[in-house]
Design a protein around this ligand. Structure first.
Ligand code: CP
Length: 360
């Protein structure tokens, strides 16, 4: 359906001032009763939170292996409802959040495009989100605009009926729950070799517009002796704000366009696709950058324990024949997404203690 009204966007007093503050000064606005309430930025997570959430996800996973355990999980939050507002395309984030909700007993509603909501009549996205809060206990959003989740959480927190907002991807800036599942995957892949501490990780592809590599880079401040290698064509190099963050937190990193040269030295390779949905004219970006693809010939060049990750969706940047190699972790990675998101929802609604007690 065509939009037949212009959006009637109005200014929110105080928003610009809030938005311009450094993230460190803003995170406290998204905490309630000593717990994270809204999940907006990867910078909200510290090591103890990350370790706890991974352990909670393991517990949920274990409980879900039996019918009795599944029933216990489903009876934790049957009185809660979640809204999935996904107005930018998604397969994994949408489905893993939806199924995470169902594992814990929450019922879900969804809007998957602005053409089927009253935004088509000119309602603003902020009023749309506020409307959801009238009906549900949790809002999970995916939006093409940077800062969208932050703004909606900020708006809701000034109303008399706020509900938690989980950022399922906001434009090219942040995808904090993807970073959580990436950490969970890396910790699991390295479980027998000391976990993520001390590892060297290559991030490859469109690092300029990829929100997953940005959010994951922020989380590296929580791990000891981690090194990063950014492998990207010159036009898609990692932005300076992330490099400044790494410098501030003394996280060593290097940049290169020579993918093959760093293959033998890294413990994980995090592949990404070219994010040309953010190009002004996507059709103009026909270059596929084959020198930044992982090919079968590379399998003999990487370490025997090297974990290959990709947030997916994939195009051509990983040869599908690599899927059969035990080091290909990306299908395990997308399954990790459902468990860590279930852990996050259990944490937000404070039923994590019941889950942990069940297995103690
Ligand atoms: N990784 C990820 O965000 O995938 P989707 O776009 O399919 O949700």
């Amino acid at each position: 359906m065509e939009k037949y009204a212009e959006q009637t966007q109005q200014e929110f007093e105080g928003w610009e001032e809030f938005f311009s503050k450094p993230v460190d000064e803003k995170v406290e606005n998204f905490i309630r009763n000593q717990r994270i309430y809204d999940i907006i930025y990867a910078q909200q997570f510290d090591r103890s939170f990350l370790d706890y959430l991974c352990s909670l996800a393991d517990s949920i996973r274990l409980l879900a292996k039996t019918k009795v355990g599944q029933s216990k999980l489903r009876h934790l939050l049957p009185h809660k409802r979640a809204m999935l507002y996904f107005v930018q395309p998604s397969t994994r984030t949408f489905l893993s959040f939806q199924n995470a909700c169902h594992i814990l007993g929450l019922s879900t509603s969804e809007i998957r495009g602005t053409s089927t909501s009253s935004e088509v009549k000119g309602e603003s996205p902020e009023d749309t989100i506020r409307t959801f809060a009238s009906y549900v206990d949790l809002i999970i959003s995916r939006h093409p605009e940077a800062g969208f989740a932050e703004k909606t959480a900020w708006v809701l927190n000034q109303t008399e009926y706020p509900v938690p907002v989980l950022n399922g991807g906001s434009g090219p800036d942040q995808h904090p729950t993807q970073a959580l599942l990436d950490i969970y995957t890396l910790e699991r892949e390295f479980r027998t070799i000391g976990g993520l501490d001390g590892k060297k990780i290559a991030m490859v592809g469109d690092l300029k517009r990829g929100r997953t590599v940005r959010s994951l880079s922020y989380l590296m401040k929580n791990y000891q002796d981690v090194e990063l290698v950014y492998v990207a064509p010159d036009v898609f190099r990692m932005k300076d704000d992330i490099k400044e963050f790494l410098n501030k937190h003394a996280i060593p990193y290097k940049e290169t366009e020579d993918f093959e040269s760093i293959m033998p030295e890294v413990d994980a390779i995090y592949m990404t696709r070219i994010q040309n949905e953010y190009a002004e004219n996507p059709a103009s970006e026909a270059e596929t950058f084959p020198q930044f693809h992982l090919k079968t010939k590379h399998l003999s060049m990487i370490q025997t324990h090297c974990a290959i990750l990709h947030p997916l969706p994939r195009r051509y940047e990983i040869d599908i024949r690599i899927d059969k190699d035990p080091r290909a972790a990306y299908w395990r990675q997308e399954r990790c997404g459902m468990w860590i998101r279930a852990a996050l929802i259990a944490y937000i609604f404070r039923v994590d203690g019941e889950i942990m007690d069940e297995l103690s």
